[in-house]
Design a protein. Structure first.
Length: 254
């Protein structure tokens, strides 16, 4: 049985499914966003000759910053799972290590953007470090956890509504809490929290979701949950965004 080093999609898909079934969001995010290659790096004469490979995963820089504190563990866990999956194929070869690194930037305006960042531009309070459900996608320099969220973001943006995608809310004091709702809309004096369900590895029950959002709903915010399937295309997302704004309009009139 031979392994096709030129087609790593089956390997990546299998690894992603295994980690997703275990609820391991960081591993899934890395594998889903990575450009992967397996490269021979060494050779020894043991047991008739053995080829030694490294498994390289290059990922966007905004994702690197979210896994930095756990990168070594992630590399080891992905290596362990990779060796498990490839056991039937590894006869006279094996993978020695997994290396996660940032994709080299092709942005020709990086100097201007760096200077703007130093001046305070582009700094946001978006969620970046929730270990169980990290934001692994980017649009307009903002972070999101799924493509349906990006479609919904674009729909709200087109409607001209004031909103915050993936903001961080903190309640201090004795019972410290931090939450990162998918969206918060402010319109006509009302505040609506929107959660997009079924779009990431992270799962929670309705009771867990209710408890997580109470620090905002108990202050008068309206909470709405939509399915990722309702925002699966730009057209669906536009309909969903319009329906959410209509709910706000009815609440205002009431």
């Amino acid at each position: 049985m031979e392994f096709d080093f030129n087609n790593l999609e089956p390997l990546l898909a299998t690894l992603t499914n295994l980690f997703a079934n275990a609820g391991s969001a960081k591993q899934v995010a890395v594998l889903a966003e990575a450009t992967a290659k397996i490269v021979q790096t060494d050779y020894d004469n043991w047991n008739g000759g053995t080829e030694i490979y490294n498994f390289y995963l290059t990922i966007p820089d905004y994702l690197v910053s979210q896994i930095a504190n756990d990168q070594e563990n992630l590399e080891n866990e992905i290596l362990e799972k990779t060796c498990y999956v490839l056991r039937p194929y590894m006869t006279n070869w094996y993978i020695k290590c997994v290396v996660i690194s940032p994709t080299l930037s092709s942005d020709s305006q990086w100097r201007e953007k760096a200077k703007a960042w130093i001046g305070g531009q582009g700094i946001t309070n978006q969620g970046r470090v929730r270990s169980d459900n990290i934001a692994n996608k980017s649009c307009d320099g903002l972070l999101f956890r799924s493509q349906p969220e990006i479609y919904l973001y674009q729909a709200f943006k087109a409607l001209g509504v004031s909103f915050a995608p993936l903001p961080v809310f903190i309640r201090g004091g004795k019972d410290y809490r931090r939450i990162e709702p998918d969206f918060v809309i402010i319109k006509d004096g009302l505040i609506m929290i929107i959660e997009v369900d079924g779009d990431t590895v992270h799962r929670e029950t309705p009771a867990e979701a209710h408890t997580r959002l109470t620090m905002l709903t108990h202050e008068g915010a309206i909470s709405e949950r939509v399915l990722a399937s309702e925002c699966s295309t730009p057209e669906n997302a536009k309909k969903c965004a319009s329906q959410l704004l209509e709910i706000l309009n009815k609440r205002r009139k009431a």
